[in-house]
Design a protein around this ligand. Sequence first.
Ligand code: NAP
Length: 451
Amino acid sequence: MAVTDHVDLNGFMEGVKKRNPHQPEFVQAVQEVAEDIFEFMEDKEEYHSQQILRRIAEPDRVVSFRVCWEDDAGNIRVQRGWRVQNNNAIGPYKGGIRFHPSVTESVLKFLAFEQTFKNALTGLPMGGGKGGSNFNPKGKSVREIMRFCQSFMTELYRHIGADIDVPAGDIGVGGREIGFMFGQYKRITNNFTGVLTGKGLEWGGSLIRTEATGYGAVYFLENMLATKGENLEGKTAVISGSGNVATHAAEKIVQLGGKVLTLSDSGGFIHDPDGITQDKIDWVKTHKTHRRGRIEEYVEAFPKATFHAGKTPWGVPCDMALPCATQNELLGEDAKMLVANGCRAVSEGANMPTDLDGVHIFKAAKLLYAPGKASNAGGVAVSGLEMSQNSERRSWKEDELQQMLKDIMAGIHKSCIRYGDQGGGYIDYVKGANIAGFKKVADAMLAFGVV
Ligand code: NAP
């Protein structure tokens, strides 16, 4: 007789906590998904008996490795690298690489878990993975970064491939780092293949990949506002972060007639009541990305702005909020403040920026609230299109890709409505995204049997 482990949500989460001690971010990500999936699975015996959620919440594998490199002073430095291959039921593992001192196995497992649902939502054939290292690129010379990337790839190359696992960038990993890693992969394997995305345009990259996550998060916001007969014109936005996602989200908001009031980094946030216009965004891009500067220097360039050290921007009254920096940067109290100040829509550019308290507050207030796995999927979607272009040995034009990105974000929005429409004009986008992403992966897993 088959033994069906029919645990309830609490029993399931107890098991997750026990099996993953000291991994709070991973447990948090699983909890957020499980809250919706348990309700959805209630009358679906097959998902229970086949232990589908339990299987998705157990990565296919976690590879951990040593990364040695030599700094400019000749010291030998030792870091830890990981690749988490969470699930490849619907396509090769796909997900970024993060270089940041806060990277742990827990952080990468949460990101790979989230990525599995996000990639399913795009409608493209991509499984979920994530990788990275606790290497801190801040303050390192370009040659040090190159040596680190080469050493990282010297181990990673044996675990990835165009049909196996296709990493991309994330925090601390932009076009330059992807170049160093791709160069080393090619050198070791003698194989010019689409093994990484976010590549330079001259060597297999796709137009609009750099912009896609931030732009996509704003397209998603536009779709949410449209359900209320509204658009971005004249609305104010508070954005955190000042990296790839934040600056491109700001750019698209400005293009669509909105006013951006804030940007931030790990040192604090700047508030520019005149609005952060395109020329100011260009200044931030150059300052943060190319000069590796701090956001606080913005107030020297634009003196009407103020800098708030060690603070996040959620207390600034706004119509829309876009957390675009990192996980758990918007807590329950921040969510309360946003709601109290009249914020009507939240579109997450970062992964899991809102903690569980905050999620519950946004849901209770019936805000237009998009979780990152839906709203920031534009980046991986264009990565998926980069993979297609590499396989076909062709490059699509910018307007074609812009349209594809818009269509994919509209498609994700539609999937969220399908499973998240609560009636009375309220759409629970978290629930919609969790169920739509889960269902696609789960049904593929059922087809494969117990593997
Ligand atoms: P990025 O270009 O490296 O920028 C990261 C930004 O976040 C920087 O402004 C950084 O400030 C800030 N930040 C990082 N850690 C922080 C912390 N602990 N506290 C406060 N601020 C912090 O990275 P990104 O690509 O924009 O990624 C931002 C978020 O979007 C991440 O959650 C990432 O997973 C998610 N995301 C990215 C993509 C993509 O295509 N790049 C796709 C989907 C989701 P400092 O300069 O001070 O470090």
